[in-house]
Design a protein around this ligand. Structure first.
Ligand code: CP3
Length: 348
């Protein structure tokens, strides 16, 4: 390869000026062209498992805004789906799963059909490697075992992850068997994404912050470290980003013990703190409050410049602290892109 893509270079530890950027949930309902396809599809998973549609949806934000990275259009819940747990996405409610809460439920899940079930996702990646602009990197992803388990055990989203926590605290051995299965499936899934052409991988741990230190160590750090280890056996060079949302100061332990190349930080972590404690160890991705992208204008611009400045001393990829929400006006994304692209580290 002639020149490395800016996004990949930062994950290898370089500082880049201008700072590369992409946004979590950059494909989705805030885009009219997404909503148009969504209205035609029978359901969300049909879009994910139809390579032609998934490819198109992945490309939509890149065409509009020219982000430095495209994220594969899929969902973290395709893994339980591929293991044989029924998953539905219900309009206005979110994901609904057939909850499993014990060894009997777990026994119904099978790894055997994983790759067969996820083959359309691998095909989407193959198509994207041919269709993306040459400067745009392709990110593959999966949910981290803890976060995916919270949906599997609860049967959907929950404000407090109570069902998964209860199982983890009362029967760690039984819950550990679910986590082990997810480590196995998630590693195999991410390795297959790398084989298919993904150039970086992100592990989403949306609910990492709900666990106190020792549980965090056992259910967030240890499974993620094992997934990273397994990916590196066959793909030692592929950069891996972790997103332990809400982990606060536990991010330091997370970075050191998982061995990831980049950490995505949420908006509650001060950027200056991340510069001091995380950037010396890995690349930092973040961390604009997604609500500011809804608001736009001076408030968004000011906070964006503050973040760029705070993280300008080390490897930084600009992103949000969490995903784009559906009510974001598309023109605010264009303004944010212009601010990031126009900023230089000596701007002060
Ligand atoms: O653009 C991208 O970021 C790529 C695709 C992507 C989706 N989901 C598409 C999606 C990615 C990376 C995800 C990750 C994901 N999915 C996470 C982790 C990150 C996070 O946001 O916390 C989680 C927890 C999920 C589970 C999930 N999927 C929920 C809770 C929901 C419903 C609520 C919501 O935000 O819409 C989904 C549905 C979903 N996943 C949509 C999209 C575009 C909306 C589906 C629709 O059009 O109805």
């Amino acid at each position: 390869m002639a020149t490395q893509k800016a996004f990949i270079e930062v994950l290898k530890g370089k500082r880049k000026d201008p700072v590369p950027f992409w946004f979590m949930r950059q494909a989705g309902r805030y885009l009219p062209e997404y909503r148009e396809l969504r209205a035609k599809a029978t359901n969300f998973l049909e879009m994910v498992y139809t390579p032609e549609m998934a490819t198109e949806i992945t490309l939509q934000p890149i065409r509009r805004y020219g982000m430095d990275a495209a994220i594969l259009f899929a969902d973290i819940l395709v893994v339980p789906d591929a293991l044989g747990q029924k998953v539905d996405f219900v309009e206005k409610r979110g994901p609904v799963l057939d909850a499993i809460g014990d060894a009997k439920g777990l026994a119904r899940l099978k790894l055997d059909n994983l790759h067969q079930h996820l083959a359309p996702v691998y095909e989407t990646i193959g198509r994207l490697t041919a269709e993306l602009p040459e400067e745009t990197a392709l990110i593959g992803f999966a949910g981290a075992p803890w976060t995916v388990a919270t949906y599997m055990v609860e049967g959907g989203g929950s404000p407090d992850q109570a069902a998964a926590k209860t199982w983890a605290y009362t029967d760690p051995k039984g819950f550990g068997a679910l986590i082990d299965l997810l480590v196995e499936a998630t590693s195999a899934y991410l390795v297959a994404q790398a084989e298919a052409g993904a150039e970086a991988l992100q592990i989403f741990d949306t609910w990492a912050g709900s666990l106190p230190e020792s549980a965090f160590s056992r259910w967030v750090i240890a499974p993620t470290a094992e997934i990273v280890r397994r990916i590196r056996v066959s793909h030692p060079q592929i950069p891996i980003i972790g997103f332990p949302r809400g982990a606060g100061p536990l991010c330091v332990d997370y970075v050191e013990k998982t061995g990831i190349d980049g950490i995505s930080i949420d908006q509650n972590l001060p950027a200056g703190w991340a510069a001091r404690h995380l950037q010396p160890r890995c690349a930092v991705q973040g961390n604009l409050d997604p609500r500011l992208l809804v608001v736009g204008g001076e408030a968004m611009v000011e906070e964006t410049r503050r973040i760029l400045k705070a993280l300008s001393g080390g490897p930084h990829i600009f992103n949000l602290g969490h995903g784009i929400v559906p009510e974001v006006p598309p023109e605010n994304v264009a303004l944010l892109r212009d601010v990031i692209r126009g900023w230089r580290s000596d701007d002060g």
